[in-house]
Design a protein around this ligand. Structure first.
Ligand SMILES: Cc1cc2nc3c(=O)[nH]c(=O)nc-3n(C[C@H](O)[C@H](O)[C@H](O)COP(=O)(O)OP(=O)(O)OC[C@H]3O[C@@H](n4cnc5c(N)ncnc54)[C@H](O)[C@@H]3O)c2cc1C
Length: 446
C-alpha cells in the first residue's frame, strides 16, 4: 500500500487519524494552497502561524522516522504530479466547509480519498434525535451526549509504528517570503505550545465560569487557534482538562464547537442563508459597515474590540457577542458581512463556529432564545470592564478619560479635549427599530 498523508488542519503527530490508519509506505504532505493564499493580505498572521506550525510538524515527523513534503501550489496540480508515484490513496481529515468539500471532490477524481474525522470529537452523522432528525438546539444536543461528556477520559488514536517513507525529495520547503508573505508579530500566546497554554489555564479552570466574561482578564484558555489548526486535538484538550475540579463548564463550551460543526454538516445552507428561514431586509449602507470595521462607531467598547481585532487578530468571546449584536441589531447590517469580516481577521477563524455564532448573534440561527435579545454595549462595558482597563489599553485617545464615561452614551464626547466621534446610532432607538423589523420579517415569513 502506498498512501499520501495529506495534513491540512491537523498539524500534529499525537492523536492523529492519519498516522493511525496509515499502512506500509507513506508520503506525508502539506500544501500551501494558492487558491486560498492568493486572496489573503501579505501580512496575514494566520499564514505566519501555519507556516511556523508546518515547520514544527516536519520536525516532529522526522523524529519518528518520517518527513513532510511541503508544496506551494494548487492541490489539483500537486496530486496530478504525485499520482505518477503509484499512489493507492490519500488519507486526510474531513473538512465540512464548502470550499474544502468542492476541492476534495476534484482531488478524488485523481486519487481515491479516505477521510477521517480528526478535528472534532463527534461524528455529526452519529447523533440524531429519536425521530432520526438532527438536533437544532444546543442544550438537548449536549444533554444527549452524557455518555461522552461524563467520561473521565476518552481513548486517543494510536500511531502505526511500522510506516516507511516513500522515496521523494523532502528538502524543497518554500520560505514564507516565497509564498508571498511577510513575517509579522504574533500575539505572545501563539509563541507558546498548546500544552503550555493548557497548563496555564489549568490554574483557572475552577473560576472559568465566573471569570471568563471579564474581557480585560486572561480567564479563558486561549486554545482556539491551536485547536483550529490541529496542533492539539479536541480529545487531547478534553482529557487534559477533565482531571481538574469544576471542569464541566469548560467542557460544555468545547461542545459548542462540536454543535456548530454538527449544524453546518446537517444544514450546509446555513453558511449562506438564515438558519431560521426569515427574510430580512438589511441595511446596505457601506459607510455604516466601514465605521464598524474600523472601530469608529463612537462607542468605546465596540471601537476597542474592533481596533484590537484589526491589530492582533484576536477578540474575546464576550466582545465578539457585543460587536456582532451591535452590527446586526443596532446597525441592522446582515450577519454575513460581519461573518466575512471576522473570517478575514480572526486568527482562530473556524467556518462552522463563526457562521453558527454570527447566526446566533443575529437571532437567525439555531437558538432557543427569542429574537429580541439585543446587547446594550454600554451596560456590557460597565459590567465587564468597569475601570475601562481593556478600552484604555486599545484606544489611546481615551487613556486619560474617566472610565465611568465609557459606560454612558456619548459621555466621552462631551469632553472638548478628546477627539472621539459621536456615537453613530442611538442605542435605544436602534434597538426598537430592530425589534420592529424582526417582527415584520417574521410575520412576513410565517
Ligand atoms: C460572533 C462570533 C464569532 C465567533 N467566531 C469563532 C471562530 O471563527 N472560531 C472559533 O474558534 N470560535 C469562534 N467564536 C467562539 C468563541 O468566541 C471563541 O471560540 C473563543 O473566544 C476562543 O477563545 P478561547 O480559546 O480562550 O475560549 P475558551 O473560553 O477557553 O473556550 C475553549 C474552547 O471552546 C470552544 N468555544 C468556546 N466558546 C465557543 C462558542 N461560543 N462557539 C464555538 N466554540 C466555542 C472554542 O474551541 C474554544 O477555544 C465566535 C463567537 C462569536 C460570538
Amino acid at each position: 500500500m502506498r498512501q499520501i498523508l495529506w495534513f491540512r488542519r491537523d498539524l500534529r503527530v499525537e492523536d492523529s487519524a492519519l498516522l493511525q490508519n496509515a499502512k506500509d509506505k507513506v508520503l506525508p504532505i502539506f500544501i500551501f494552497d494558492k487558491n486560498i493564499l492568493n486572496s489573503l493580505p501579505k501580512e496575514d498572521k494566520r499564514v505566519n502561524f501555519i507556516y511556523k506550525s508546518v515547520i514544527k510538524l516536519k520536525k516532529e515527523l522526522q523524529k519518528i522516522g518520517l518527513d513532510l513534503a511541503v508544496f506551494y501550489a494548487e492541490p489539483k496540480e500537486v496530486f496530478t504530479t504525485l499520482q505518477k508515484l503509484n499512489i493507492d490513496e490519500v488519507l486526510c481529515s474531513v473538512d465540512f466547509d464548502s470550499y474544502a468539500k468542492k476541492r476534495d471532490k476534484e482531488i478524488e477524481k485523481i486519487i481515491p480519498i479516505k477521510r477521517y474525522l480528526d478535528s472534532f470529537i463527534l461524528d455529526p452523522k452519529d447523533h440524531l434525535k429519536k425521530d432520526k432528525t438532527p438536533y437544532k438546539v444546543f442544550t438537548p444536543f449536549f444533554n444527549s451526549l452524557d455518555a461522552i461528556t461524563q467520561a473521565a477520559n476518552i481513548e486517543l488514536k494510536k500511531r502505526n509504528y511500522n510506516l516507511k517513507l516513500i522515496d521523494f525529495d523532502y528538502s524543497n520547503t518554500p520560505t514564507l517570503e516565497s509564498l508571498g508573505f511577510k513575517k509579522t508579530t504574533l500575539p505572545d500566546f501563539l509563541e507558546k505550545d498548546a500544552f503550555c497554554l493548557l497548563e496555564e489555564f489549568s490554574k483557572k479552570v475552577e473560576t472559568y465560569e465566573v471569570q471568563r466574561d471579564y474581557f480585560y482578564k486572561e480567564a479563558s484558555s486561549k486554545i482556539s487557534v491551536h485547536l483550529r489548526f490541529g496542533l492539539i486535538s479536541p480529545l487531547m484538550i478534553f482529557n487534559y482538562i477533565k482531571r481538574f475540579p469544576n471542569s464541566d463548564f469548560f467542557i460544555r463550551e468545547l461542545f459548542w464547537r462540536e454543535f456548530y460543526n454538527y449544524i453546518l454538516f446537517h444544514f450546509p445552507n446555513s453558511q449562506f442563508e438564515n438558519f431560521n428561514g426569515i427574510n430580512i431586509k438589511w441595511n446596505e449602507d457601506k459607510e455604516d459597515f466601514e465605521r464598524w470595521c474600523k472601530g469608529e462607531t463612537g462607542i468605546p467598547i465596540i471601537d476597542a474590540a474592533m481596533r484590537h481585532l484589526n491589530k492582533t487578530g484576536v477578540m474575546h468571546n464576550r466582545l465578539r457577542m457585543v460587536v456582532a449584536s451591535f452590527l446586526t441589531k443596532n446597525l441592522f447590517i446582515d450577519w454575513k458581512k460581519g461573518e466575512e469580516y471576522f473570517a478575514l481577521k480572526l486568527l482562530d477563524f473556524e467556518a462552522s463556529s463563526n457562521i453558527g455564532s454570527w447566526q446566533w448573534s443575529a437571532s437567525t440561527g439555531a437558538d432557543a432564545v427569542p429574537y429580541f435579545r439585543v446587547f446594550n454595549p454600554y451596560t456590557q462595558s460597565k459590567k465587564f470592564d468597569k475601570d475601562g482597563i481593556f478600552i484604555k489599553s486599545v484606544i489611546k485617545e481615551l487613556k486619560e478619560v474617566d472610565s465611568k464615561l465609557f459606560h454612558i452614551e456619548n459621555a466621552v464626547q462631551r469632553n472638548l479635549f478628546v477627539d472621539y466621534p459621536k456615537a453613530m446610532v442611538d442605542i435605544s432607538l436602534s434597538r426598537k427599530r430592530s425589534i420592529e423589523k424582526y417582527k415584520e420579517a417574521k410575520n412576513e415569513t410565517l
